[in-house]
Structures are given as C-alpha cells and as structure tokens.
Design a protein around this ligand. Structure first.
Ligand SMILES: Nc1ncnc2c1ncn2[C@@H]1O[C@H](COP(=O)(O)OP(=O)(O)OP(=O)(O)O)[C@@H](O)[C@H]1O
Length: 463
C-alpha cells in the first residue's frame, strides 16, 4: 500500500515548540503551524487536516474551546492536546470532549512520534474502511440514475439519512419508481454496509407464514414446521439492513410483533419463550396509501410512525419527465451490451413520444420497454415501432415535455377555447382507446360513469 500523505496542523503560541515539532516531523508529514486557535480554526474550516496538535493554554481562544469548535466543524479530525503538567484537569475535560490523546510538556520527541503514529494508524484504518465502502458501493449497488431536481433532492436526503446505522426509513412511491434500489443504496452507504441486506416481500409471503419467516420458529412450533427449527429473516439481517418491501400488505398480528421489535429491539421466535435481541436497520417501502389504510384500520398508526422516523417520497416518472431520456439511454446501452446489439440511439420521433408517454409502471415500465426495444430492433436506432409507441400519436406530442403543456405564446391564449378543445380531445381519445366502452373511458379520465355520461353529452353532443 502507498504511504498516505498526512496533513498535520500544529497550534502553539510558543515559537520554540512550533519550530521543534516542525523540525522533527516535517520530513514525514505535511506540517502547517499556527500561533493561535482563531487562525487555525479558519484554516480547518476550509481545508481540514488529518491531525491537529494543539496547546491547551493558548492566548485568546483556549485550546479547549478550539477543540469544541473543531469537533463541530469536522468531527473526524483527530486532535492531540499539548499541555503543561499542572494542567491535567483540563486534559481530562478535553478527552471527554473528543480529543484523541495528549502529550505533556516538555515534549519528548520519541513520545510525540509514537502518539502521532497511533493517531495516524487510526486515520489510515478509517480511510481504508471508507475506500472499501466506496468500492463495495460501486460494485454492488446498481446505479441510481436521475438528473431531475426532484431526484437530486431525494439522493441528497438519502446520503444524509444513510449515515445512521439503525434509524428506520419508510420509502413511499408508486410501483416501479425505484424504492428497492433506494433501500439498497441506503444500506450500502450506511455504517452497516458490510452486513447483510435482506429483502422480504411482504406481499409475496402468505399472511400465515410471514411471522415465522420474519421471526423464525422453534422446532415443532406448528404442524409442518421443520424439525430443526428456523432462523428468521430479522436474525439473518443482524448487523445489516432488513428491507420490508410492500409493508402495507402485512397482517395486523405481524404488525403488532414488528412494532414491538422496533420499539425494544427484541422478539420471540414462534413457539419460543426465549427473548432474542438483534441489531438491524429496518427500511420499509410500499406503494399503498398508508394514510387511507390507517383510517380503515388495516394498518397500525403507531407502526406507521415507528417505521417512518425518516420518510422518503419517491416522485413518479410522470412527475420528473426530465429523467425520461437519461434513464432510457442508460437502459438502452445496458441492454445493447447485454444482447450484443449495435444500437447507437433512438430516432427523434421515438424520443419525443417517450417524453409524452404516460407511465403507469414508472421506471420499471421504461426499463422493460427499452429491453424489448433493444432485443427486437433491426436498425441502429430504436424506432417508435421498436418501442411500441405507435399509439402515442404526433398530434399528442406537446412542445413542453416537462409539464405536458405547450408554452404560452407572447400573444396569449383564449383559455376557454383551450379548455373546450382539450376536453373534446380527451373525451374523444378516451372513447377511442376504450373502443366506445363508457365505463372504461370514464376510468381513463378519472371520472365516475355518471359524470362522464353527463359531460359527454355536453362536450360531444353528436357522438
Ligand atoms: N433511478 C433509477 N435508476 C436506474 N434504475 C432504476 C431507477 N429506478 C428504478 N430503476 C429500476 O427499475 C426497476 C424497478 O425498480 P424497483 O424494483 O426499485 O421499484 P419499486 O419502487 O421497489 O417497485 P415496487 O413498488 O413495484 O416494488 C428495477 O429494475 C430498478 O433497478
């Protein structure tokens, strides 16, 4: 491994000490010296070093005060306090406030070197862990693609919340918006990244079985149980992350047990009286309307609050159309490589239609569309036909992909006229797509059948 270049700041008002330390250490480290805490802190804020050697008894801001400030700005910077022998009480306070170690004046260079070596070993290990974490992150986490402001905000929030090893996170969003991808990103960015990431799809496991799957069971706990018993998924996620997908589909009994585990970190295996403790982070997700389920008493309110200490709302693809082409190109290149097809891009028309297409399955639908398109394409550019977008017709292509509305011309518009034209267009379209079936057409416009009928008579009196 290459030796790391360490940045060390020395803060002491005594010039002889600054010079003595610089003389002894400048061959091994990059040293910068300061005569007072104020100028050192200014520099720390703009360029944090790896290590600071700081006198406790500085004039102006004391070393102890400076330590507090440094720990506030950059808590990861290690600080070794330098102190006069009689000042040992201050040393104890400094150690309590986060100093890494201390040395007593007069300074013996050998002792100083050893103390520094220990500190730098701690830093080296931390850097190694971080590098390992980054590598693991790029190797194991699929890329989360998105350039829209909405996704940038989500990603910034994820980076922040991932730092905690155990705060529960609830991810809400329509199907296919990337909730599972976000859950795995949280795991690989968290301090638990080396632990397991265990996914449980609560909708896929029968309600009767989910409890034993989650908590495990003792041998002979119920008829049909394995004779050796079973370790539950919570235990399998020890030291890592347990991802409860479709948590809205969990039955009320299991919800109560999950709540107890979240509150106390303890649970019982099915058929066991022995309490078990497990440390894992719970990330959950659902595309169901939990507020409505709480009102209907099919989801516990207290569990909702406990699971959603941190809540992340993932916007649908229709709400962040800026991401459509970035994602489409990403999937196109991924599948072109996978299927070994010489695809270079998409036709302009295909791109335009992607931008106005109404996504009900979100990114998953887009991904599937691109997979099918790349697999069946004959030319170098994906066409409207390759992507199955023939029904999204030219007349529907609106100029402004972000909102779906044409820009307001400088001469203005007649809003009444536009409203009538829009309603006429969508009523006709709904009836065309629904092949004249009024109930289906009403659903496409999110109207009940009676309203649809009533309005149809007004809007399309001849149809
Ligand atoms: N921003 C993104 N970048 C790259 N791939 C994405 C992104 N969002 C979603 N995907 C991909 O789309 C597919 C669906 O995503 P995912 O399974 O995470 O959605 P979900 O919200 O958990 O869906 P559901 O609610 O149906 O379980 C996956 O293949 C995922 O890798």
């Amino acid at each position: 491994m290459m030796p790391l270049d360490y940045q060390v700041y020395v803060v002491d008002d005594e010039e002889t000490i600054r010079e003595g330390i610089a003389l002894a250490l400048s061959d091994c480290y990059t040293l910068t010296t300061f005569a007072d805490a104020e100028s050192a802190i200014e520099k720390v804020a703009e360029a944090p070093p790896d290590l600071i050697l700081m006198d406790i008894g500085l004039p102006g801001m004391t070393g102890m005060e400076a330590l507090g400030r440094i720990k506030e700005i950059h808590p990861e910077v290690l600080v070794i306090m330098i102190t006069a022998y009689e000042d040992i009480n201050s040393v104890i306070t400094c150690m309590k406030r986060g100093a890494y170690d201390y040395i007593i004046k007069p300074i013996h260079m050998e002792e100083l070197e050893n103390t520094i070596k220990n500190a730098l070993e701690t830093i080296r290990l931390r850097k190694e862990v971080r590098a390992l974490q980054e590598r693991q992150l790029t190797e194991t986490t699929p890329c989360f693609i998105g350039e829209s402001n909405a996704i940038h905000d989500v990603m910034a929030f994820i980076s922040m919340v991932a730092k905690s090893p155990d705060t529960p996170v609830l991810i809400l969003g329509e199907t296919g918006t990337g909730k599972e991808l976000i859950a795995s990103t949280i795991h690989y960015r968290s301090p638990n990244f080396q632990g397991p990431f265990v996914t449980v799809n609560c909708a896929a496991i029968h309600k009767e079985l989910i409890e034993s799957e989650l908590f495990g069971y003792e041998k002979g706990a119920f008829s049909g149980a394995s004779t050796s018993g079973k370790t539950g998924l919570i235990e399998a996620a020890e030291g890592g992350t347990l991802f409860l997908d479709e948590v809205g589909d969990m039955g009320l009994d299991t919800q109560a047990k999950l709540l107890r585990f979240l509150e106390e970190g303890e649970f019982y295996k099915v058929g066991s009286t022995q309490k078990r403790k497990v440390q894992t982070r719970i990330v959950s997700a659902t595309n169901r309307d939990l507020d409505k389920m709480i009102l209907e008493e099919t989801f516990r309110k207290d569990l909702y609050f406990r699971l959603g200490v941190i809540k992340i709302n993932v916007p649908s693809l229709n709400e962040r159309r800026d991401d459509t082409l970035i994602l489409a190109n990403y999937f196109m290149h991924t599948f072109a490589e996978k299927f070994n097809k010489p695809i270079l891009g998409m036709t302009d028309e295909a791109e335009k239609r992607l931008l106005i297409y109404s996504w009900s399955g979100n990114v998953r639908e887009l991904r599937n569309m691109m997979e099918r398109g790349v697999l069946t394409a004959r030319g170098e550019r994906l066409t409207v036909e390759d992507l199955g977008l023939e029904d999204v017709r030219r007349g529907e292509v609106m100029e402004n992909g972000a909102t779906g509305f044409a820009p307001l011309p400088p001469t203005g518009i007649d809003i009444q006229e536009v409203r009538v034209a829009m309603e006429t267009f969508y009523f006709k379209e709904a009836l065309r797509i629904a092949k004249g079936n009024e109930s289906k057409a009403a659903r496409l416009l999110n109207l009940n059948h009676h309203t649809f009928r009533y309005q149809r008579k007004k809007i399309l009196p001849d149809a």
